[in-house]
Design a protein around this ligand. Structure first.
Ligand code: WT7
Length: 638
C-alpha cells in the first residue's frame, strides 16, 4: 500500500485507494452541485435529539446551520460509542517522562469520568450558557473538562497553558468566566511548570469565584479555602450519569481566542450543531479513520487543532488516539518517532516547524515507522525541503502527505487533498473539501486565473463549522472578515494562488499576523505591548524568516530620548513574556532613530522587512523620510 509519483505530484496507489473512505472524484461533483444537501446528508449520521427544520440560513454577515435541531457533542462523542466500542481504548495518555507508565482510557472510562465531572460542575453552580475557563496542560483531565462542559451546555474557553498570567487574565475578563479549571503543574523538558501559580496570578481582577485543580505534578501549590477544589475530590461520590443538555444547533459550544492584525485577541465563537458535523466528517474523510487506526495529532489542546483533532474529531469517530504531554524532542530528538512505534500510530498530524526541527536534529531516522499510513501537516506553509524530508524519512516514500489548510475561525480543515484521491504536491495544500467553495480574488474582487497570487476567500454556504461571530464584538467580526469584499464573502487574510489543476498554494498572510513556530501572533499586539515602556516613543514589529520556527518577530524601537542599552532589550523581552508568552518574544531588537513612514505617517513595515532580508526595497515613492534607510541598514548591519 503506498503512493505513486506522476510528474511533480504523488497519488495513492490502487491498494491505498481501495481502503480509503473516499476514492472517487464523484464526491466533489455531488457536493459542489449542492453543498447544503451534502452537509444535510452527513449531519443525519450523528445523533440529534430533534431534527433541524432548515439546513442553512444566511443573513449576511451571519449564517446558521441545522436550525431548529437539538444536539449534544459530548453525547455524540461518548454515549453514542458505548454500544459498539464500550471497551475500546479512546485515549492513550503518554506522559513526558519515559519512566512513567502511559494511561489508557476506554470509551466507557471516559464516559464515566466525564459524567461524574459534569455532575460536579453542576454542583458547583455551573449552568447552561455559563463560560468556563480551562487553563490546562496536555492531560486527560483537560479533555474530560471540555467534554463535561459540553455535556451540560457550559461554554468552554481554553487558554493555552504556556500563555502568561496576563494573557489568561484578559481572556477571562473578556468572557466573564466565573469558574476556572487548571492543574497544579505539568512536565516540560523534565522540569515541573507551576501552572497553579500562573492561574492564581491570572485570575486577579477577573470574575473567577471557583478554581478546580487537576493534580498532575504534585508540586506545592497555594490553596484558597472556599475557592479552590481538587478535581479528584469533586468527582468522588458523583453519579456516573449526567443527563446531556439538549442544545440548540446554534447555541455556543466554545470560545477560543486568536490574534488578529491589531489590538486585543478576538474570542472566536463556535456553535454546537455545525461544528460537530464538520469535526466529525473532516476527521473521518481526511484522516481516513477506521476502527483499527491509532491517530496522533501533536497540537496542544489550547489551539483549535487540539480542539477539533485531539478531542472532538477522533472521539466522534470512535477512534483510539494519543495525547502526549510533553516536548516532542524530549528526552531525545526522536521521542515523537518512538511514540509512533510504541503505539503503532497509523496517522500522524503535526506542524512544519516540528518537521523542520526533526529534520535538523535527526537527519536520518532509525525507526521504521511501518505502521504509519497517513502523515499530515498544518499551521503554516510547508517548504519544499521539509516536505521531502517528511515524505522520505517519516512517510518512507509510502504515505500520502496531507497539507491541511484551515484557521481557528473555520473550526475544521477546509482545504487539503484527500488521501484516497490526491494529488499530493509539495508546498500545495490541495483542493477545497467537498462542498466548500473558495476563490482567489484581486483587490477589486475579480477572480484570478491560475498562477496569479491574490486573497483567498470562502464563498457561501461557507461551512457548518465556521465561526458564528467574535464574542461580544460585532464590529470586529464585520471589519475583519466581511468588509474587504462585502458581507457575503469571507476574507481569510491569507494570500494564495492556484496551479493549472486548481491546487491551492498558500503563500502567507495578507495582514500583520505572523506564524511563530505555528503560533499565530499579531505584530500589532506586540507593538502595543512594547510601546507600554514609557521610554519608548514608537516601535514597529515585523516577522522575518527563521530556519526552524518559520518566522520570528523582530522589533525596531525608537526611544523618546537617551541612549539604548542591553538592559533595555532584556526588559522589552521580559515585558513580552509577561504580557503574552515566551513564544512571542522578539528574536532581535534594534534601536533606531526613526522608522520609515509614508507622508500620512503610516509605518512602512514592508521596507523594514526587506532591509532585514536583503531584498530589493521596491517602490519608495510614498516614503517620506528616505534618509532613515541608510541609518537603519547600518544599525542592523546588513
Ligand atoms: C492561519 C490560521 C487551524 C490550524 C492551525 C492554525 C496559516 C494554517 C496552513 C497551511 C499554510 C497555513 C494560515 C491561516 N495556515 N494552515 N496548511 N499552509 N498556511 O490556526 O492559528 O488560526 O492560524 O495559519 O495563515 O490563516 P490559526
Amino acid at each position: 500500500m503506498g503512493i505513486i509519483k506522476k510528474g511533480t505530484s504523488y497519488f495513492p496507489d490502487k491498494e491505498f485507494k481501495k481502503r480509503a473512505w473516499i476514492n472517487s472524484n464523484s464526491i466533489y461533483k455531488e457536493a459542489n452541485k449542492n453543498p447544503i444537501r451534502f452537509w444535510d446528508k452527513l449531519a443525519k449520521e450523528l445523533h440529534w435529539f430533534k431534527k433541524w427544520n432548515k439546513v442553512f440560513v444566511h443573513k449576511p454577515p451571519y449564517f446558521k446551520w441545522f436550525v431548529g435541531g437539538k444536539i449534544n457533542i459530548c453525547y455524540n462523542c461518548l454515549d453514542r460509542n458505548l454500544e459498539k466500542r464500550r471497551n475500546k481504548v479512546a485515549l492513550i495518555f503518554e506522559p513526558e517522562s519515559v519512566e512513567e507508565r502511559e494511561i489508557k482510557l476506554t470509551y466507557y472510562d471516559l464516559y464515566r469520568l466525564v459524567n461524574k465531572f459534569a455532575n460536579a460542575l453542576k454542583k458547583l453552580g455551573v449552568k447552561k450558557g455559563d463560560v468556563v475557563g480551562i487553563y490546562m496542560p496536555m492531560i486527560p483531565e483537560t479533555i474530560i473538562s471540555m467534554l463535561a462542559c459540553a455535556r451540560i451546555g457550559a461554554v468552554h474557553s481554553v487558554v493555552f497553558s504556556a500563555f502568561s498570567p496576563n494573557a489568561l487574565k484578559i481572556r477571562l475578563q473578556e468572557t466573564e468566566a466565573k469558574v476556572l479549571i487548571t492543574a497544579d503543574g505539568y512536565y516540560r523538558r523534565g522540569k515541573i511548570i507551576n501552572l497553579k501559580e500562573s492561574a492564581d496570578e491570572g485570575i486577579k481582577g477577573t470574575n473567577i469565584k471557583k478554581v478546580i485543580i487537576a493534580k498532575r505534578a504534585n508540586n506545592k501549590i497555594k490553596l484558597v479555602k472556599g475557592r479552590d477544589y481538587f478535581f479528584d475530590d469533586l468527582i468522588e461520590g458523583q453519579s456516573d450519569y449526567c443527563k446531556p443538555e439538549q442544545m440548540n444547533s446554534e447555541d455556543k459550544l466554545f470560545i477560543l481566542f486568536t490574534s488578529g492584525s491589531t489590538g486585543k485577541p478576538k474570542g472566536i465563537v463556535h456553535t454546537c450543531g455545525g461544528y460537530t458535523v464538520q469535526a466529525c466528517w473532516t476527521a473521518k474523510y481526511i484522516f481516513d479513520l477506521f476502527d483499527d487506526d491509532i491517530f496522533w495529532s501533536t497540537a496542544d489542546l489550547g489551539w483549535i487543532t487540539g480542539h477539533t483533532y485531539s478531542c472532538y474529531g477522533p472521539l466522534l469517530n470512535g477512534t483510539t488516539y494519543v495525547l502526549y504531554e510533553g516536548a516532542p524532542d524530549f528526552p531525545t530528538p526522536d521521542r515523537w518517532a518512538r511514540i509512533i512505534e510504541k503505539y503503532g500510530v497509523t496517522t500522524f498530524y503535526t506542524a512544519p516547524t516540528a518537521i523542520r526541527m526533526f529534520e535538523k536534529e535527526i537527519k536520518k531516522l532509525k525507526e521504521k515507522l511501518n505502521t504509519l499510513q497517513i502523515i499530515a501537516s498544518v499551521g503554516e506553509p510547508i517548504d519544499e525541503e521539509a516536505w521531502h524530508w517528511f515524505y522520505r524519512e517519516v512517510g518512507k516514500e509510502r504515505c500520502p502527505i496531507l497539507d491541511t489548510w484551515w484557521q481557528t475561525e473555520t473550526g475544521g480543515i477546509l482545504i487539503t487533498s484527500l488521501p484516497g484521491i490526491g494529488p499530493f504536491k509539495p508546498t500545495f495544500t490541495g483542493v477545497p473539501f467537498p462542498g466548500i467553495k473558495t476563490d482567489i480574488l484581486d483587490d477589486k474582487g475579480k477572480s484570478l486565473p491560475a498562477n496569479k497570487e491574490g486573497n483567498l476567500v470562502i464563498l457561501p454556504p461557507f461551512s457548518p463549522g465556521m465561526l458564528r461571530g467574535v464574542y461580544n464584538n460585532h464590529k470586529k467580526y464585520v471589519d475583519t472578515y466581511w468588509s474587504k469584499y462585502g458581507n457575503k464573502i469571507y476574507f481569510t487574510s491569507d494570500l494564495a494562488y492556484r496551479d493549472r489543476n486548481g491546487l491551492i498554494r498558500i503563500v502567507g498572510r495578507a495582514d500583520d499576523v505572523i506564524k511563530v513556530a505555528g503560533h499565530r501572533i499579531s505584530t500589532g499586539e506586540l507593538e502595543n505591548i512594547i510601546d507600554l515602556d514609557k521610554r519608548i516613543d514608537e516601535c514597529a514589529v515585523i516577522g522575518v524568516p527563521h530556519e526552524i520556527k518559520g518566522e520570528v518577530p523582530v522589533a525596531f524601537v525608537v526611544l523618546k530620548s537617551g541612549k539604548p542599552n542591553e538592559k533595555m532589550k532584556k526588559e522589552i523581552v521580559k515585558r513580552v513574556e509577561k504580557e503574552i508568552s515566551k513564544i512571542a518574544r522578539p528574536s532581535e531588537i534594534y534601536f533606531v532613530m526613526e522608522l520609515p513612514k509614508t507622508r500620512s505617517g503610516k509605518i512602512m513595515r514592508r521596507i523594514l522587512k526587506r532591509l532585514f532580508t536583503g531584498e530589493e526595497l521596491g517602490d519608495l515613492s510614498t516614503l517620506s523620510n528616505p534618509e532613515c534607510i541608510g541609518k537603519i541598514r547600518k544599525t542592523i548591519g546588513k
